[in-house]
Write a new protein. Sequence first.
Length: 369
Amino acid sequence: MARGGRAGADLARLSAMRADIASIFDAAGAARVELETLQPADVMLDLYGEDIRARAYLVQDPVAGEQFLRPDFTVPVARLHMEQGLSPARYYYDGLVWRRQEPDVDRPTEYLQAGIELIGGADPAAEEAEVFNLIRSALGDLVDRVITGDLGVIFAAIDALSVSEVRKAALRRHVWRPKRFHALIERFANPIEPNPSRTALLSQSSVERRKVIADAGKFVGLRGEGEILERLDILDADAAEPPLSASDRAMIEAVLAVSGPSNEALAELRRICPRSMAPALGRMERRLDALAAKGIEASDLSFDATFGRSIEYYDGFVFEFRAADPALPPLGGGGRYDKLTAKLGGGAGSTAVGGVVRPEAMNAAETGA
């Protein structure tokens, strides 16, 4: 958004653009929804983790407590759907979102976002292709480059590793933090010798550990004796676990290195991935077939296995549309987020895929302003 707001011809162009976008989503059978500007902090923190505090605006409400200015629409839409227990539905929206930026970054902290969400559908591949095509249609000829990825492939690669469930859970938790993820791979493959005090602690019996905890005095923080002992048991098991094998490490690094046209990427993944990953690759193949049915050939669609690892609630297909001007933010994008609905629904989730466009970035790409 231009500093100070919107006015005159700029506002008129944006209004017309937003009306055109809304008509595309409306024609797809989506119902318009309006979401609360303030979102409960406990929900957002549970979904995003503490990292959200650095990216969103926090306000204090005398009754509701901590609230965030909504940083996007996907989570509020999914929350609305799951809380109301609705049947399969389609939603579209148009409004402001707020994101904090680094002091030296010249990006807006408030901007418009319009999008569509399909929740509870029965044909994931067809719905992914449909959402992709709707966002592409809304952007028109402003798109210069498209990139896609599939976080489901990364999760399947983690599941295929011959390591404990504790280690797999740690890797899943850090898929969206690539540096931490790769540090874990390195640690699991080449464990360092623990310091003597840690070795001594882990060699103690349960009785000895309880005595150490008792002798330490009053508890500080929220963890009790049971949680501390449970954590020590986990550390025990981790210390006894053999290193990640060279073949497992090579496999997951090879998966993350895959990039290129989607048809070639799929062929390469089939070549390097273990048989247990066949379901994930099957989902990718069905999606490419569904896109082809809409005239979008896999050979024309760029794939990068690492793409999408900055958006914490996506867990499957992800995509992004970019303008020719590299200084502009992405024009639009989206992806699949089934696990998010499960978290919001207390374990009872739904299939879910959506996408957004940024009208102000579209306006800048169109006018060169």
